[in-house]
Design a protein around this ligand. Sequence first.
Ligand code: FA5
Length: 343
Amino acid sequence: MDENTGKIQQAFEERIAEIKSSAELEQLRIDFLGKKGHVASLMGSLKSVAPEKKKEFGQTVNKLKQQIENSIQDKLEKIAKLEEQRLINSAEDYDVTLPAEVERGSFHPITVIQREVEEIFRTMGFTIEDFKEIVNDYECFEALNIPKHHPARDMQDTYYLSTGDQLLKTQTSAAQNAIMKKYGAPLRAVFPGRCFRNESTDACHENTFFQMEGIMIDEDISISNLIYFMKTMLSEVFQDDITVRLRPGFFPFVEPGFELDIQCRICGGKGCPSCKNSGWLELCPCGMIHPNVLEAGGIDPEKYTGFAFGLGLTRLAMMKYGVKDIRVFNSGNLKALSQFESK
Ligand code: FA5
């Protein structure tokens, strides 16, 4: 080994003995084995070595290079173990019971009220059903005693899809037929859902809003049962005196049919933009299920009767929380929407 090679080897051994981290080791590798490192410059001096000594010199430098590589590899393994241990030790100092500084979100008010109403009906023996948002013409209209070209279709300006007879659900009543077929009678079910109508929006109309449908079918179900369940639901939701009115209403899938209106809780019935200056808001139309609808759902109308209602869930949230404009609910305005917490 010539003098230079010996010096480099000694310098390497001194340096590696001091190394404590993988970053330092990497620097050492660059200094000795890098393109401009000590080993490379030793090799560069090969041209000034006497021809008869070139072979021996080359072998010596290669041997040194190999030794350095092996030492670095050994050291790397030792350091990795040490660093892992250091990480484990420092994790022990970390107190997992400390409160995390995570900002909490809140439920959307429609979700809050939906869950509340679901719970009210659940305690009265109703099952909660989910249903799709894209339905077909049969589900949304024909099964509900609204044949093609029936003028009642004009009551709901419908978004038809270009995929055939599919459309965006205009009313949760669209699930009635499938649910009757699924369970048969007797039956108690509520089914919330998002509805879509091509409507101009104002303080009490949205083109995308929520309803919650309810049906109860059994032997001898009458209007008294319907009124009892509507009253119970509203008094549970509001926990307060509210004024409602029941008046005749036309829907081809119920007979008789009613409009159930709530006195506007924004203006106390005086009239304001939230109730279109009428003092009342249509909230929960309902009625006795038409025999044709029971029959389409596979239920014998001679044996069973039932009631159905279509609660305007978004309007209910307006009235419950005193929200003057229905458009707030779809606004994505967190300042307004994050104020409502579930019980
Ligand atoms: C219906 O949708 C019937 N399917 C309800 C029904 C069910 C009647 C079962 C009889 C038996 P209507 O179109 O009136 O009816 O809507 C029902 C409720 O949904 C309304 O009273 C209202 O509270 C709400 N609603 C309707 N349109 C809108 C809208 N554009 N924006 C917000 N809420 C609406």
